[in-house]
Design a protein around this ligand. Sequence first.
Ligand SMILES: Nc1ncnc2c1ncn2[C@@H]1O[C@H](COP(=O)(O)OP(=O)(O)OP(=O)(O)O)[C@@H](O)[C@H]1O
Ligand SMILES: [Mg+2]
Length: 163
Amino acid sequence: MEIQVTDAEDTIKLGEIIGKSLEPGSIIALRGDLGAGKTVLVKGIARGLGVEDEPVSPTFVIMNAYEGRIPLYHFDLYRISGADELMSIGADEFLFGGGVSAVEWAERVEEIFPEYTIYIDIKMPGPGSGAAENTREIKIEGKKEWVSSFRSTAEQALPASTR
Ligand SMILES: Nc1ncnc2c1ncn2[C@@H]1O[C@H](COP(=O)(O)OP(=O)(O)OP(=O)(O)O)[C@@H](O)[C@H]1O
Ligand SMILES: [Mg+2]
């Protein structure tokens, strides 16, 4: 499904709905350019998981862990060269553990993701597109049943944006 949000607050709301819908073991693969809003979405996911801290970009580390209804493992793979490097540092223990993994720069390690992965692509308006600066196109893909139950919740919470 695709959603168009008009500001960061809506992205957080969307993340919160996603966070509430997740189960232990869920994996979210986030794709999108620098500044697209991946970390903003993870802040919302954390809220939905009942995490009290607010996630920040893990700049000097690959992963930050947060306690919530389900533990949240927030990865930022911007500095990772590929799947081999990620596995060599033992990340699979967390990635495929019992928590929720939200992975920024999932493009870097595309081949590691299992078929139940939820993929979220965030697109910023291109220069000259005419779209407002804070608009984002957010595409969400995952298991059919999960997407359809998520869709009905999102349509109620963010009626204007859902398509
Ligand atoms: N609709 C929106 N959704 C999310 N963020 C938005 C939106 N509109 C504006 N912003 C701004 O865009 C920026 C997104 O930053 P964020 O750190 O989440 O990007 P990112 O995708 O995580 O980038 P990076 O690849 O550097 O980690 C924030 O400053 C936020 O306030
Ligand atoms: Mg980020």
